[in-house]
Write a protein that binds this ligand. Structure first.
Ligand code: FAD
Length: 366
C-alpha cells in the first residue's frame, strides 16, 4: 500500500518517503496468495476489483516492470443452498457494476475445470475468467522502483517510534534513523497499523490474525492454467504456483495475534478437507510453508481516509489489500492532493465504527 501510494504521489511531483521498520514487501504482502478478483459482495469492492485488474493488465506500461498478472480465473465452490443463493445475489450486483464475464455453474461444470474435484455435495459454483493471480513481489517492487525514479525515498530498517505533533496536527514521525517532518503522514503498516496508531493513543479497530500457507514440490495434479479454486464453505483454497500448488485455509478458531510461526499441525486439518474436496492434493509433497497475518476490521473493510489533521490511514484490508492497493494508492493520492477521491470511499470511512453507522460488511471473505 505504501509503495503504491508513493508511486502515485511522486508521479504528481510530490516529495514522499516510504518508511519501513524492515524491508518493504516483507510484511503481509510477502505472505499473500496473490489473488486478484472482482467477485465480492459489496459494490465498492467489486468496482475496486474491476479497476485493479485493469491497472495490473497495464502495470508494465505504467511502472516499467511486470506485475506477472495471470488471469486464470477464480472458481468459488458453493455447498449449501444458502451459499448458492448468496452468490447468485452477489452476481447480480457484480453484473450491475460491469463485471460481465462472471457466470454461475452447475457442480459438474465446475468439476470439468479442475481435475479430481469432488462435487457430490456441491450446490453450485461461480466463475470469473478475468480474475486471477499477480506477483506480490513484482507489484511491490514495480511501484517502489518507479517511485524511486520519480524521486521518492524508501527508508528501510527504520521503525516509526513516535509521531511528531505541532499546533494540534501531526507534523511527522520519529524513526530509529531520526526525525522526518512532513505535512501529511499516512499509516499503512498493514497488520501492525493498530500498534502504530497506538503510538499516538489511537485505538484503531484492526486486528492481526495468522494464516498458514503451504506450497508443494512440482505437482502434475494441477494444470498451470487452473483457476484459483476456493471451497467457500471451508475456505480451503488452492492455485498453481510455479510447477507446484499453493494452498491454505482460514480457521475461525485461530485466536487473533501476530504469531507468524508455521503451524505444521494445520496441514492435517487442510488435508482432511482436501480429502473430501480435492483428493489429488494428498499426492503432493509439501516443499515449504509460511504464516502471514490478515489485518481484520469488524466489517472486513479497510479504513481509508483522514484520521486527524496531518494524519491519514490506509489499512485494515482484511485479506484483500494486495488487490486493493494498486487502486487505492491512486485514489488516496488524488484525495490527498485534490481534496476528494475519484470514487466514493464512504464505506471505508475510518470513523464509521465510532459513529455507529450502519455498515454493509463484505461477505465474500476467504
Ligand atoms: C496468507 C495470506 C494470504 C493473502 N492472500 C491475499 C490475496 O490473495 N489477495 C489479496 O488481495 N490479499 C491477500 N492477502 C492480504 C494482503 O496480503 C494484505 O492485505 C496486503 O499485503 C496489505 O498490504 P499493506 O501494504 O497494507 O501491509 P504490509 O505488506 O504488511 O506492509 C506494511 C509494512 O509496514 C511495516 N511496519 C510495521 N510497523 C512499522 C513501524 N512501526 N514502522 C515502520 N514500518 C512499519 C511493515 O514492516 C510492513 O512492511 C493475504 C494475506 C495473507 C496473510
Amino acid at each position: 500500500m505504501g509503495c503504491s501510494l508513493a508511486f502515485y504521489l511522486s508521479r504528481a511531483g510530490r516529495s514522499v518517503t516510504v518508511i519501513d521498520r524492515g524491508r518493504i514487501g516483507q510484511g503481509a504482502t510477502a505472505a499473500c496468495a496473490g489473488g486478484i478478483r472482482a467477485q465480492f459482495s459489496t459494490e465498492i469492492n467489486i468496482r475496486l476489483g474491476i479497476e485493479a485488474k485493469r491497472l495490473l493488465a497495464q502495470f508494465a506500461q505504467v511502472t516499467g516492470q511486470t506485475a506477472d498478472f495471470r488471469p486464470v480465473g477464480y472458481l468459488f465452490l458453493l455447498t449449501t443452498d444458502e451459499e448458492r443463493s448468496r452468490f447468485h445475489d452477489a452476481l447480480q450486483v457484480q453484473r450491475r457494476c460491469g463485471l460481465d464475464d462472471v457466470v454461475e455453474l452447475e457442480p459438474a461444470e465446475a468439476g470439468a475445470m479442475v481435475a479430481g474435484l469432488r462435487m457430490d455435495d456441491l450446490s453450485g459454483a461461480t466463475f470469473c475468467p478475468s480474475d486471477g493471480l499477480a506477483g506480490p513481489n513484482e507489484v511491490t517492487y514495480g511501484f517502489a522502483n518507479a517511485a524511486r525514479r520519480q524521486g521518492a525515498v524508501i527508508l528501510e530498517n527504520a521503525p516509526v517510534e513516535a509521531f511528531l505533533t505541532s499546533g494540534g496536527s501531526v507534523s511527522g514521525v520519529r524513526t530509529s534513523a531520526g526525525e522526518i517532518e512532513c505535512p501529511q503522514t499516512v499509516i499503512c503498516a498493514g497488520p501492525w497499523s493498530a500498534s502504530v496508531g497506538a503510538l499516538l493513543g489511537l485505538q484503531l479497530p484492526i486486528v492481526p490474525s495468522p494464516r498458514q500457507v503451504f506450497v508443494s514440490e512440482p505437482f502434475a495434479g494441477i494444470r498451470r492454467q487452473s483457476p484459483m479454486t476456493i471451497d467457500f464453505h471451508t475456505s480451503f483454497y488452492f492455485h498453481p504456483e510455479g510447477e507446484g500448488v499453493l494452498f491454505g485455509m482460514s480457521d475461525p478458531a485461530t485466536p487473533p495475534g501476530d504469531d507468524t510461526r508455521v503451524d505444521w499441525s494445520f496441514l492435517d486439518r487442510i488435508t482432511s478437507v482436501a480429502e473430501r474436496r480435492w483428493p489429488p492434493l494428498l499426492d503432493a509433497r509439501v516443499k515449504t510453508a509460511w504464516a502471514g497475518l490478515y489485518e481484520n476490521t469488524p466489517d472486513f473493510q479497510p479504513l481509508i481516509g483522514p484520521l486527524q489533521p496531518g494524519l491519514w490511514i490506509a489499512a485494515g484490508f482484511s485479506g484483500h489489500g494486495f488487490m486493493m492497493a494498486p487502486v487505492l494508492g491512486r485514489w488516496l493520492a488524488v484525495w490527498m492532493l485534490d481534496g476528494a477521491p475519484p470514487g466514493d470511499l464512504g464505506a471505508f470511512a475510518p470513523s464509521r465504527f465510532a459513529a455507529g453507522a450502519a455498515v454493509e460488511p463484505e461477505r465474500n471473505v476467504v
